[in-house]
Design a protein around this ligand. Structure first.
Ligand SMILES: Cc1cc2nc3c(=O)[nH]c(=O)nc-3n(C[C@H](O)[C@H](O)[C@H](O)COP(=O)(O)OP(=O)(O)OC[C@H]3O[C@@H](n4cnc5c(N)ncnc54)[C@H](O)[C@@H]3O)c2cc1C
Length: 379
């Protein structure tokens, strides 16, 4: 049994093994090709749904299983493949679906959640806009009431899975300025008036990241998630879950970079010796292991506290900032150990280093996390 933390049991070990087997069979052999091709097959969702991966962390009655612990476990293990694009593409329902389950009508939940968790349909979360992602209270996309519909106009940017999503959980302005005028709406992607383009980016190539335009898009009022003008709290709760999941992702990705660096240091010869024989390199590897140990300890403790019913807003914000910095450092040092090979495509470390910045920005940047923590700590 895993001795990492008492939250892990024989059950979690079994699930972890199943996820690893899925990754070994379905992701590892193809991940490199998918990255170069800039996409992965839609059937991977179905395979992941059939294997139970997509349902982990979601309520059983809608086709899921396990709680927050399993939500984080699957993100950590898929991230540990080192294929960040596949991970974000496959797991983006982890931020898109909770608003439906937490705030949507029972009819909406029963219609949408099972097909997303089976991998038949794809859902995304659309909060960020071209004018800014940090200042969520200031979003500009509007939803004007018109009979039993809203009419949505505006633009979203950086939306993971936004191009191929069937459903979108979208932050819109239904009221006045500020957080009190924000609502959440479930929008079906085939509704007339929606156009989407893929944003070209430096990493996560196999995932789609969309710019989405809404031009007089009519959405039934029954698709409102939570109270009108009361969406901001739902968005913040969703961020808390997302950030814990990102910490788990940073652990998995860091572990991959560390394992690659250890392997390379034992293979590569310089000055007649293996790199791993030089004390400077050994210390770098130990520093990586120290940071991973610290990330795991903090994350596991916060998962446990959330399991006890705490919200831990400040602590999770600090965790995301901490893990972001630790992961960036580990990725950079792993690249340093690879030397020139660290810039060659085909090495996992090349990709992890190139993508390490994203995890310090997406889901709330490091600066915004520290700002949030400072306000929450109440001094
Ligand atoms: C690959 C990728 C995938 C993404 N996926 C999604 C998604 O699925 N859904 C979604 O809604 N969004 C998504 N995002 C958007 C992401 O959440 C935003 O990029 C992030 O919130 C930052 O917003 P911004 O890029 O507009 O930066 P800005 O808000 O313009 O900030 C720019 C810089 O200023 C700093 N800054 C801002 N305000 C302050 C302050 N008060 N004090 C100090 N510094 C400050 C920030 O930390 C940052 O360094 C994704 C982003 C990326 C890169």
């Amino acid at each position: 049994m895993s001795l990492r933390h008492p939250i892990y049991t024989e059950d979690t070990d079994t699930i972890r093994d199943q996820i690893r087997r899925f990754c070994d069979q379905e992701i590892e052999p193809h991940g490199e090709t998918w990255e170069e091709e800039g996409t992965f097959p839609r059937e991977l969702y179905k395979k992941a749904g059939d294997a139970g991966l997509l349902g982990l962390g979601f309520p059983e009655e809608y086709g899921g299983g396990g709680g927050i612990l399993f939500y984080c476990l699957v993100r950590e293990e898929v991230a540990a493949t080192g294929f960040g694009g596949v991970r974000v593409g496959l797991m983006a329902h982890g931020i898109g679906l909770p608003p439906v389950l937490n705030l949507g009508s029972e009819a909406l939940k029963r219609r949408i959640a099972p097909e997303v968790l089976r991998g038949d349909k794809i859902i995304c979360l659309a909060i960020s806009e071209p004018n800014g992602g940090s200042d969520v209270a200031n979003i500009k996309t509007t939803a004007r009431a018109d009979g039993d519909h809203y009419v949505v106009n505006g633009e979203k940017a950086f939306i993971s899975n936004g191009v191929r999503a069937d459903y979108m959980s979208v932050a819109v302005r239904t009221g006045g300025e500020g957080m009190g005028g924000v609502s959440l709406l479930l929008i079906e992607a085939d509704t007339p008036g929606i156009s989407r383009t893929n944003m070209r980016k430096s990493g996560w190539w196999s995932s789609d990241t969309a710019q989405i335009t809404f031009d007089n898009v009519r959405v039934p009022k029954g698709n409102l998630l939570g109270p009108e003008n009361g969406g901001f709290r739902g968005i913040m709760n969703n961020f808390n879950l997302e950030r814990l999941g990102i910490a788990a992702t940073q652990i998995g990705t860091s572990r991959c970079a560390y394992n690659e660096a250890v392997r390379y240091a034992h293979e590569r010869m310089t000055f007649g010796r293996h790199l791993s024989e030089f004390q400077v390199v050994r210390h770098k590897l130990v520093e990586m292991a120290m940071r991973i140990q610290s990330m795991e300890a903090q994350t596991d403790t916060l998962i446990w506290r959330v399991m006890q019913g705490e919200s831990c807003i400040a602590e999770i914000a600090m965790l995301k900032a901490y893990c972001g910095a630790a992961h960036e450092w580990i990725a950079a040092e792993a690249a340093q150990i690879f030397g020139g090979a660290s810039v060659l495509r085909g090495h996992k470390v090349e990709r992890i280093f190139r993508e390490s910045k994203i995890l310090t920005i997406g889901g709330g940047s490091t600066e915004v996390m520290k700002d949030l923590a400072s306000r929450q700590l109440g001094w």
